[in-house]
Design a protein around this ligand. Structure first.
Ligand SMILES: [Zn+2]
Length: 312
């Protein structure tokens, strides 16, 4: 059985694994990400791949990274969390490894992973939305990943929701990411917990300091039934459901998969997403609608998707 390696390059960790065609891992590993130094990141990737390869017969390598990857899947044009600007990563790695390499945007790779062996395994069309520090995602139509002319399609987090709204890291205002990401959740939780006379277990968890509230604290508090935390998830879910309704109006996928760290909250997030989606989808009473599901591959979706993309 043909084996390939999938690598997920993050701002703090580089994770990877050797995978078979079914997305099963034969070996996995991770190393620190020297995010500040372009050359050092490449060295760390090569080191991890050599370590993973061992005596496995590996035929190709897929690399998933946050950033703009060109349409040829060879260069990183820009990576917000890494020191990469116009880096010909595919050529560099192929030379060092002697193996064929493809590079893919992390949202695309995760969408592909969920499409081939995850939550959308049974679908032909997929909209994947990853809710973590930011909001990302990927689109599969007719069994093909949608990359666009320049390779930078599916920047779902920058769908404009509120003209003139919150300033986004991309320089524009009112992007979905500013309302429906883990960062937005923590921002709103800190603001809400700072109000006079507020009653929430979030303050106990953060030792009385609203600025010490973290995303996992909000998730735990919501799961324990804290009304403020549940309201925050309801609000985030509402934004997400509205954004998804707009995207579904354009794309008409059969399945929408929600992943990322915030997705781990499960039904506390999904229930308001489904409600807002149903209320905001155009023609909702006269059409079949996409099913909204939770991702099943967790934070391994990117490397599993990249490993699979390397072999096609
Ligand atoms: Zn933006």
């Amino acid at each position: 059985m043909a084996l390939s390696i999938g690598i997920d390059v993050g701002g703090t960790k580089i994770a990877g694994g050797v995978f078979d065609e079914g997305g099963n891992a034969l070996r996995e590993g991770r190393v620190e990400s020297p995010a500040e130094d372009s050359e050092a990141i490449e060295k760390a990737i090569v080191g991890l791949i050599e370590q993973l390869r061992g005596d496995h017969e590996v035929t190709a390598v897929g690399v998933s990274a946050a950033g703009f990857v060109d349409a040829e899947r060879s260069s990183i044009m820009f990576a917000p969390n890494l020191a990469w600007r116009d880096v010909p990563l595919r050529a560099d790695l192929e030379e060092r490894l002697g193996l064929p390499v493809v590079v893919e945007n992390d949202g695309n790779a995760a969408a592909w992973g969920e499409f081939v062996v995850g939550a959308a395994e049974d679908a032909d069309d997929l909209l994947m939305v990853t809710v973590g520090t930011g909001v990302g995602g990927g689109i599969v139509l007719d069994g093909q990943l949608v990359r666009g002319t320049f390779g930078i399609a599916a920047e779902i987090g920058h769908l404009r929701m509120v003209p003139g709204g919150h300033l986004c890291g991309c320089g524009l205002r009112g992007c979905l990411e500013q309302y429906a990401s883990g960062t937005a959740l923590v921002r709103d939780a800190r603001a809400a917990a700072s109000r006079d006379g507020v009653d929430t277990v979030l303050l106990d968890k953060a030792d009385g300091d609203p600025k010490a509230i973290t995303g996992p604290m909000v998730t735990e508090a919501a799961q324990a039934g804290d009304p403020l935390a549940m309201d925050l998830f309801a609000e985030l879910g509402r934004w997400l459901g509205e954004g998804i309704a707009s995207l579904v109006a354009v794309l008409d996928p059969g399945v929408v998969v929600i992943g990322g760290g915030v997705g781990a909250a499960g039904d506390i997030l999904l229930d308001p997403v489904r409600t807002a989606f149903a209320e905001n989808l155009t023609g909702r009473e006269n059409r079949p609608t996409a099913e909204i599901r939770l991702a099943t591959l967790g934070n391994r979706a990117g490397m599993i998707g990249a490993a699979n993309l390397a072999r096609v």
